[in-house]
Design a protein around this ligand. Structure first.
Ligand SMILES: Nc1ncnc2c1ncn2[C@@H]1O[C@H](COP(=O)(O)OP(=O)(O)OP(=O)(O)O)[C@@H](O)[C@H]1O
Ligand SMILES: [Mg+2]
Length: 240
C-alpha cells in the first residue's frame, strides 16, 4: 500500500479507510481565488461514524465531494483504502467511486420514471452484474432499510424520509468501503430525520464506515466523532 503513512508499527495501513493530507481546493472565478479547502487533515478508521459540521461556506460539501472522488483537489492527497485517488485519471476515479463509495445526497437524486427497485439496482447495472443477481441484492438492501414493500412503487409515491432510505439502499448496494452523506436529513422533518439517523447507526453497528455532513447538532451528537470545519480547515474535533 504505497503512500500510506503508518502512525505506529502495530497499526495496519488497512485500519484507515480514508486519509486526507494537506487538502486544498481553490475555486477561481472572475479573477478571485476562493480557498474552499485550505489544508484539511483527516483520518477515518474503518467502522467509524463521523459528522462534519461547520458554518455555511466552511467547505463541508467541497470536502465530501473530494472524499467521494467527485472532484479533484488543487493540492494534497485523498487516500481511500490505500489508494491516492488524486493521481488517478478521470476514468479510474469514476471506477473507484463506483466500487468503493456510496454517496447520499440531500435531494435524494432518485430517478422518477423507474421504480424503487430499479433505482437501487442501477449502480449494479454499471458493474455488469446479471439481472437476477441485481434484483436479489437490491431487494436485500431495501429490506435492510425497511422498504421491501415499496420495491414496485415510483419514488414520488414515497414520503421524503422513505425516498432518502431508498437513496441509502442505493448507496449500499455495491457494498462500498465508505458511505458519504451530504445533509441527508436536511429536507426532512425531525421525525423522518431521526429515522435516517437510526438507520445510519444500525448500519454503522454492522461495520459500515459513515461520514455525514450536517447542520444539525442533534444529528452530529449521535455519531462517534464530530469534525468542526471552519474556513476550509479542521478547527477541532470532539467525541460526543
Ligand atoms: N463551484 C464553485 N465555484 C466557486 N466557488 C465555490 C464553488 N463551490 C463552492 N465554492 C465556494 O467554496 C466555499 C465552500 O463551499 P461549500 O459548498 O463546500 O460549503 P459548505 O460548508 O458545504 O456550505 P453549506 O453549509 O452552505 O452547504 C464557499 O465559499 C463557496 O462559495
Ligand atoms: Mg454544503
Amino acid at each position: 500500500m504505497a503512500g500510506v503513512v503508518l502512525e505506529s508499527g502495530e497499526r495496519q495501513a488497512g485500519d484507515y479507510v480514508v486519509e486526507v493530507i494537506g487538502l486544498k481546493k481553490v475555486y477561481r472565478s472572475n479573477g478571485i481565488d476562493t480557498y474552499a479547502l485550505n489544508g484539511v487533515e483527516l483520518r477515518v478508521r474503518r467502522g467509524e461514524f463521523i459528522a462534519i459540521v461547520g458554518p455555511s461556506g466552511s467547505g463541508k460539501s467541497t470536502l465530501l465531494n473530494m472524499l467521494g472522488a467527485l472532484d479533484k483537489p488543487t493540492e494534497g492527497k485523498v487516500i481511500i483504502d490505500g489508494v491516492d485517488i488524486t493521481t488517478l485519471s478521470d476514468n479510474k476515479r469514476a471506477e473507484l467511486r463506483n466500487e468503493k463509495i456510496g454517496f447520499v445526497f440531500q435531494s435524494y437524486n432518485l430517478i422518477p420514471r423507474i421504480d424503487v427497485l430499479r433505482n437501487v439496482e442501477l449502480p449494479l447495472v454499471l458493474r455488469g452484474i446479471s439481472p437476477a443477481e441485481r434484483r436479489r441484492k437490491a431487494l436485500e438492501m431495501l429490506e435492510e432499510v425497511g422498504l421491501a414493500d415499496k420495491a414496485r412503487n415510483k419514488p414520488n409515491q414515497l414520503s421524503g424520509g422513505q425516498q432518502q432510505r431508498v437513496a441509502i439502499a442505493r448507496a449500499l448496494v455495491t457494498d462500498p468501503s465508505i458511505i458519504l452523506a451530504d445533509e441527508p436529513t436536511g429536507n426532512l422533518d425531525s421525525k423522518s430525520g431521526q429515522a435516517i439517523v437510526e438507520l445510519f447507526k444500525t448500519l454503522n453497528r454492522k461495520g459500515r464506515t459513515i461520514i455525514v455532513v450536517t447542520h444539525n447538532m442533534e444529528v452530529a451528537r449521535e455519531t462517534n466523532r464530530i469534525i468542526y470545519l471552519r474556513d476550509g480547515r479542521v478547527e477541532r474535533e470532539e467525541i460526543p
